[in-house]
Design a protein around this ligand. Sequence first.
Ligand SMILES: Cc1ncc(COP(=O)(O)O)c(C=O)c1O
Length: 384
Amino acid sequence: MTITATAANQLRPIGPVDLAAERAAVGPVLEEALLRVLRSGQYILGPEVEAFEKAFAAHCGVPNPGVAVANGTDALVVALRAACVAPGDHVVTTPFTFFASAGAIAWMGATPRLADVELDTGLLDLEKAEAACDSKTTAILPVHLYGQMVDIKGFRALCDKRGISLVEDCAQSHGASRDGVNCGQLGDAAAFSFYPTKNLGACGEGGMVLSRHEKVVQKARRVREHGSPVRYTHAELGTNSRMQGLQGAALNCKLPHLPGWNARRAAIAARYDAALKGSSAVVPLVRRANSVHVYHQYTVRIVDAASREAVLERMRAKQVNAQVHYPSPVHMQEAAKPWGYRPGDFPNAERLAREVVCLPVHPFLSDADVDRVAETLLAAASAP
Ligand SMILES: Cc1ncc(COP(=O)(O)O)c(C=O)c1O
């Protein structure tokens, strides 16, 4: 059956997130909690944030309370500083990520050294990361992209072998695990984002640093408040990046929902897998064995890259809003010029940037929505 233009306009739009549905799922406790903070006047840090620092670390299986900061980018900067990365150091990371992963390294004065990703997962390639290490490398910063963890035990072993730090970018992977290890557990420091569209999102900006090392946590706490262990005593340089009380309260209300929301994302992903199986035009990225993937994104490659924009346009015409994360790799951004890379340096990242499409996968989609997205995609990708 072909859908006429008028009928398409009557279709319910399907997009990457549904924050209204999420708010409704959390229920009145969310508004009550926000009002409680408003009335208490505990606008910055305070008991709600402290409770969340403990609850989120426990959720991730990390023994120390987290350090709640203003956003995920700050979490990366503070995590790098707390893991003893210094200006002038080299930090190896991926060219296929949101720019913040590499940008945070440069912003704190170190130099990003990039290594290509695996074509089938989009994750930083362990062997290529090792090859990118040099005598100035003091840390590796892998990104658990789209909700799937990198080979964390392999990266841990590599960092131990070289005596350098492992800093995990967990902005897209709340609740993920691989080979029995949760994200945030094996790194010397881990950075999370609670941007509203993440698997666990605040009602505004938020971030957190986790570490299994008490010393790293203490340093992160100091860096968060201008290097100040005691008021008006500044032992080292830092910044002001404290989580707001309102965000702590919102996150406390949402955290108990995270496992259920992630399970629904995984069920949606399985439905997409089944619907797309056998297509030669649309190839889903791969989930590794022993990996609990939390599907921040469900990502496919449109193998005939020339047609990707047309595919997106045809889907939009049917009210299905798929997204491209990320259309241009880090090393091809203007801001990355000083790092000295050129187009062609990371062929897998460049190919993925041309081919990927992220389908709606938020937990408030119905099975019928998922089927409609898959059918729309397959029709769009096979149209002449
Ligand atoms: C992989 C990755 N790292 C870091 C960040 C930065 O987080 P924030 O937007 O909270 O600063 C994001 C956010 O989109 C991200 O996706």
